[in-house]
Design a protein around this ligand. Sequence first.
Ligand code: FAD
Length: 258
Amino acid sequence: TTREQWRLFNSSRVYMSDLESALHYSLRVEVASHPVISGERLTALKRYMSVLAKYFPGRPVVRGLLKTLDIWLQSQHGSEIKYSAFRDILDRTVENTDAVLPDVLRWVGCQGSQPHLRGYPCSVWTLFHVLTVQAKNTASSDPREVLQAMRSYVRSFFGCRECAAHFEGMAAESMHSVNTLSNAVLWLWSRHNRVNNRLAGALSEDPLFPKIQWPSPDQCPRCHGVRGKGEHSWNDEEVLAFLRSYFSSEHILYDYLE
Ligand code: FAD
């Protein structure tokens, strides 16, 4: 097989191709590994579909598909569903051409310098940052809705089980204290930085994309400050403003989508 071509991209932007690839991988690969879905997993899938249907800021056809999937799923009142029934809707086509949701993985902002680096886990973080920001913008009534959906999705389906255990630990420790939509955006950002801190220098780190406390002072000078003895501090107001702009739907690039 030939090595895929490197796609030029702007490393300070979010790409829709990564978000759609995240949907493709989660819904057609991770969820698909459970032919019958019941119990806690079924609840997790319902929560995940519900936030995707409400907040995924994608192309109209993709949003339409997510809404259709959500309506179907929420109307399943039995104790289990078959994945094949879910996939029949997922694979629907427009005018019998290609599936609405491309069944390819096309990483752009989440490209790794090696095939096993970045990609899907990068897109999962990106997806949930985007969703917390969208929930904030649409004044969702439940401040923890998106975080709960992420927590239960990761616990039930995320392929990296070690990651899921770590994330569940952080969620159990402090997710309950999130009481506003702004706090939800900031909670996910600060937990992501904790993970970055833990993984800096690890084998899973892409040398071209070192794990940093994000955003860097270059990306957001005003996010950074100093406390008393020259200690670093974050300016949460500025970080929130930065995240709300960085992950906003208006700021997403549609390059490389067919
Ligand atoms: P990622 O950390 O995936 O970040 C993607 C992009 O988000 C970055 O390129 C940057 O643009 C932006 N970003 C970076 N930091 C932040 C931030 N704080 N807030 C907002 N945006 C930010 N891997 C392990 O080896 N062990 C684990 O325990 C582990 N746990 C994980 C738990 C979860 C829930 C997830 C989704 C992934 C986990 N991973 C874990 C994978 C790991 O966190 C990275 O996703 C992976 O190593 C790829 O890193 P990356 O360089 O693409 O950057």
